[in-house]
Design a protein around this ligand. Structure first.
Ligand SMILES: [Cu+2]
Length: 282
């Protein structure tokens, strides 16, 4: 998942050092040509609670904007734009529209002040049925006093928006070993949640590592949901849901330590985000 595309090459230009009298010349090391974010806005300060327009293009190694993105059913399309506050207390997950010129524009409301990591998960259009994605990063700072919140310890029950997410039994999680975690989602009356497809999946499991903000993302798919399953390989796992109120969440993490899982789904027209703290053994 974290494969970085496009390290095209590092051009090292060594100025000649001819003998005889010239001043010594210094080697010029040019920057590697890679995919990168271009013209990221806003460049200035951002206020909490006020809508702000975030925009950027994904520049290809050639410098030209990427304009051809993967489309179709399922979650592995376009651009996924995720903001996470550095203390992992807040996440914003959006799939912004992409203009014909490749410019991506999205209105965002940051709920709280502080530093946020910007993660852009890019699905370029490639030939064939599979997909390749890569991530680009930036930072934004929302003005105001930042009071980082320590991550709470693991708790199996999280209630949000009137819905209770309950991890039934947490298996011991190990570095680079796939696991499925069973989660039930019910309201106070005991009604199981009806998951509505949202961004191409019944659920999204977004993981960030506590220290370096490393990222991983899996999906919860209906049995016949087109384009939802990941395409295989050693770093993929797909969760499933075949009845209301029950999710099997795929977990496969590339680093040991403490991770924050943001489990997201849409129920009764509202997006729910249930955060869990997970420990992963080395
Ligand atoms: Cu997703």
């Amino acid at each position: 998942m974290r494969r970085a595309l496009g390290l095209i090459g590092l051009a090292v230009v060594l100025a000649g050092c001819g003998g005889g009298g010239g001043s010594p010349s210094v080697p010029v090391v040019q920057r590697a040509r890679i995919y990168h974010l271009q013209a990221f806005r806003p460049a200035g300060s951002i206020r909490a609670g006020r809508p702000v327009t975030v925009s950027f293009t994904v520049a290809q190694p050639s410098g030209a904007p990427l304009v051809h993105y993967r489309s179709g059913p399922g979650p592995h399309t376009g651009v996924h734009l995720i903001f996470v506050r550095d203390d992992l207390s807040t996440i914003i997950h959006l799939h912004p529209p992409i203009g014909p010129d490749g410019r991506i524009t999205q209105r965002v409301v940051f709920p709280k002040p502080g530093p946020y990591r910007v993660l852009v998960d890019v699905y370029p259009r490639t030939k064939g049925p599979g997909y390749t994605n890569f991530q680009l990063f930036s930072k934004v700072h929302v003005s105001g006093a930042y009071h980082p919140v320590a991550l709470p310890p693991y708790t199996p029950v999280v209630t949000t928006g009137g819905w209770t997410f309950r991890i039934k039994r947490l298996p011991k999680l190990h570095l680079a070993q796939a696991a499925l975690v069973d989660v039930s989602v019910r309201n106070a009356a005991g009604r199981p949640a009806d998951f509505t497809p949202w961004f191409g999946a019944l659920g999204h499991a977004i993981f960030f590592h506590e220290h370096d903000l490393a990222y991983f993302h899996t999906h919860i798919c209906a049995p016949d949901q087109a384009g939802c399953a990941s395409i295989g390989g050693p770093t993929s796992i797909t969760g499933s849901s075949n009845r209301p109120g029950v999710m099997h969440v795929g977990v496969l993490l590339p680093e040991a330590g403490t991770w924050r899982l943001f489990l997201q789904c849409k129920v009764d027209g509202k997006v729910l985000t249930a955060p869990f703290t997970l420990r992963v053994a080395g």
